[in-house]
Design a protein around this ligand. Structure first.
Ligand SMILES: Cc1cc2nc3c(=O)[nH]c(=O)nc-3n(C[C@H](O)[C@H](O)[C@H](O)COP(=O)(O)OP(=O)(O)OC[C@H]3O[C@@H](n4cnc5c(N)ncnc54)[C@H](O)[C@@H]3O)c2cc1C
Length: 480
């Protein structure tokens, strides 16, 4: 029989060499080496795991589907720490129950957005709002404030009415509109920093159809004029996304050539009862024939978002997405576009293909870390936010080009943040700066107090969170 010491050494050896797990995000630029990938079978097993790891002070990074453009899911690399470090996925937590009377759905953290869409559809129910794609895990998507477009609709986290969460000691906390209601404002968008959310309850609605109208517009290099026109259209249509203007990389001039046209879609309620046909044209990823005028009708999720079969391209791309009070939209959009053009001569890396500027709107809310939180708005503000997104798409998955474009993308926030009260989309190229974060998220101190209670030994943080949120007590999180 092996001596206990030898058995322990063998176990350690196995932990070091046998079961190491390398994590990558969807486009492989976020990566880290953990000791293992842990996927507990249920909430109880997750709590037990946390309880055991608390004594070790192990590093724990809970992940969804890794569909981000930033470092939220980076684990503490095992080359940097003597403590165990784990990637934890709650993918096996698949319980689901539907309360048709109160129009709520309660589900385990393992549910992905698209699977939930199908389950709701089968029960004649629907989400009130959704992002453009459905590739995310629902908790992962909500935890960063994922959203669609609409001046009267919130991000998907705003649908959450309750949740169950495990702290770093494995203790369970139940938070909902009657129990710890104020804390819901912290937990709806929690960036994985407040513990493992094991279950969510969200509001849903009876199946509704929307009419989607798509129009082609002429682009002009007079950006002020173009965006003033869009600003006007946002006053006419409360639920509208603008895809464009589009620019194509011109090899000869080494610059971006403006495409003559771009398009927008707006959605309206309808009493239509005929064939549902919006999924005949997938335009979230440039799939399908998008630049054409058409009208379609569909159940709300299929009218506003793209199912996995509609995703035809996974080329690398860099992206920024910034939220700002809608009152500054036209001026800001013109200045963002001009600033991008000023960056063009520095885009020396090869394989640029297309640049798309997208525009949306979103209703403000009171979630502490929501990019559309209304805590620092003045009385002149309507509480509606405009969203400006820029995507730099490559013709080939080349890291040099990706990293170059990401570096340049980081310059937009310092350039415009103060002027337009800009908040970046979490998980999308937000440069870490705790002073800035505090200014735009005045409830950050309240969030950090809960973070300390949930994670006293700094096991849930990574470098990005420590720097971005200014979690100074965790500055030495690797060695604590
Ligand atoms: C191709 C593509 C399309 C996108 N489209 C949109 C869009 O239309 N609209 C939009 O707003 N955004 C969009 N995004 C951004 C995307 O929705 C967010 O980055 C989202 O957070 C990714 O979800 P995920 O499941 O992959 O989560 P991950 O990236 O894996 O994790 C996100 C965060 O959630 C935390 N987390 C995950 N699970 C748990 C849990 N159980 N408990 C506690 N914390 C947890 C993680 O720690 C991390 O901080 C898109 C991204 C990509 C790559």
């Amino acid at each position: 029989m092996l001596s206990p010491k030898l058995a322990f050494l063998l176990l350690l050896l196995h932990a070091v060499s046998g079961s190491a797990y390398r994590w990558f995000n969807w486009q492989f630029e976020v990566t880290c080496e953990s000791d293992a990938y842990i996927a507990p079978q249920n909430e109880l097993a997750a709590a037990k795991f946390l309880k055991e790891q608390y004594h070790e002070g192990s590093h724990i990074k809970v992940v969804g589907n890794g569909h981000g453009f930033g470092n939220l899911t980076t684990c503490v690399d095992n080359t940097l720490t003597k403590k165990p470090t784990y990637i934890v996925s709650l993918t096996n937590l698949k319980k689901l129950s539907i309360d048709k009377k109160n129009l709520t759905v309660t589900f385990g953290a393992g549910w992905d957005v698209d699977d939930l869409v199908q389950e709701l559809k089968a029960n004649d129910l629907s989400f009130g709002n959704l992002g453009v794609e459905r590739v995310q895990n629902f908790v992962g998507a909500a935890s960063t404030g994922t959203h669609g477009s609409g001046s009267n609709i919130g991000n998907i986290a705003s649908q959450i009415t309750g949740l169950r969460v495990l702290d770093s000691q494995g203790n369970l906390r139940v938070i909902n509109e009657t129990h710890n209601a104020e804390e819901l404002k912290a937990f709806r968008i929690s960036l994985g920093a407040l513990g493992l959310i094991t279950e969510l309850t969200i509001k849903v609605q009876p199946t509704q159809l929307l009419k989607k109208t798509t129009k082609v517009l002429n682009a002009t290099s007079d950006f002020s004029k173009m965006y003033q026109e869009l600003d006007q259209l946002y006053k006419e249509h409360d639920r509208m996304t603008v895809w464009g203007p589009h620019f194509d990389w011109d090899e000869n001039t080494q610059s971006w050539a403006l495409e003559p046209t771009y398009f927008l879609s707006y959605w309206e309620p309808t009493d239509y009862t005929g064939v549902r046909n919006c999924t005949l044209n997938y335009c979230a990823n440039g799939c399908g024939d998008c630049k054409k005028e058409y009208i379609c009708y569909d159940e709300v999720t299929d009218a506003v978002s793209c199912p996995p079969q509609g995703v035809c391209s996974r080329d690398f791309y860099a992206e920024i997405e910034h939220f700002l009070p809608i009152e500054s939209y036209a001026e800001a959009a013109a200045n963002y576009t001009t600033f991008q053009q000023a960056q063009t001569p520095r885009m020396k890396a090869p394989y640029n293909k297309q640049m798309v500027i997208q525009h949306r709107t979103l209703k403000g809310d009171d979630t502490y870390l929501s990019p559309v939180n209304t805590y620092n708005l003045g009385p002149e503000s309507s509480g509606v936010f405009a969203i400006i997104e820029i995507d730099w798409i490559q013709e080939y998955n080349n890291f040099t080009t990706l990293w170059q474009n990401q570096e340049l993308a980081h310059e937009f926030l310092p350039q415009f943040g103060e002027t337009y009260n800009v908040r970046p989309h979490w998980n999308k190229m937000s440069p870490p700066n705790a002073t800035y974060t505090l200014e735009k998220f005045p409830k950050l101190p309240e969030f950090l107090a809960i973070q300390q209670r949930q994670d006293p030994k700094c096991q849930f943080v990574n470098e990005f969170l420590v720097q971005q949120l200014g979690i100074t007590r965790c500055a030495d999180y690797i060695s604590l």
